[in-house]
Design a protein around this ligand. Structure first.
Ligand SMILES: [Zn+2]
Length: 137
């Protein structure tokens, strides 16, 4: 079966959770001026991407979870690289470098975190429909 038709596909491809064909965001590139702009409805099946006002307020919780996961991944990465002796200074001994590096990483990844949190959030409420997938052109 693979990723097609699964929630993971919708989340990572930033596709409509219902038909997996329409795009959630107007711009494909996360690093563009309109990175946050979403379609109101799905271009393919007509699914509403904002079922109620303030729907994405809850996406902040997802964003928070992703941020925590990112810090954990960042920490695991540096202790791994350090154990491999890949650099001479120590992030573990230098908390400031660890925190500054983590914040820079966070800022760089912010557009992706923003999009993923919305993509994950809508996927928690809308399920894939074979019928919607086949609808339209
Ligand atoms: Zn759709």
């Amino acid at each position: 079966m693979g990723l097609k038709g699964s929630k993971l596909y919708s989340i990572f491809a930033m596709k409509c959770p219902k038909c997996h064909k329409g795009q959630l965001f107007k711009s494909k590139a996360a690093y563009s001026r309109n990175m946050g702009a979403m379609h109101k409805t799905c271009e393919h099946c007509g699914e509403r991407f904002e079922p109620e006002p303030g729907f994405y307020f809850g996406a902040a919780y997802v964003s928070y979870a992703l941020t925590v996961a990112l810090w954990v991944a960042w920490y695991v990465a540096i202790i791994t690289f350090e154990s491999l002796g890949m650099y001479t200074f120590s992030f573990q001994e230098d908390a400031v470098t660890f925190i500054v590096g983590g914040i820079i990483l966070l800022i760089v990844l912010l557009p992706l975190i923003y999009r993923f949190s919305r993509s994950i959030w809508i996927n928690m409420f809308v399920s894939y429909s074979e019928e919607a997938h086949g609808r339209g052109a």
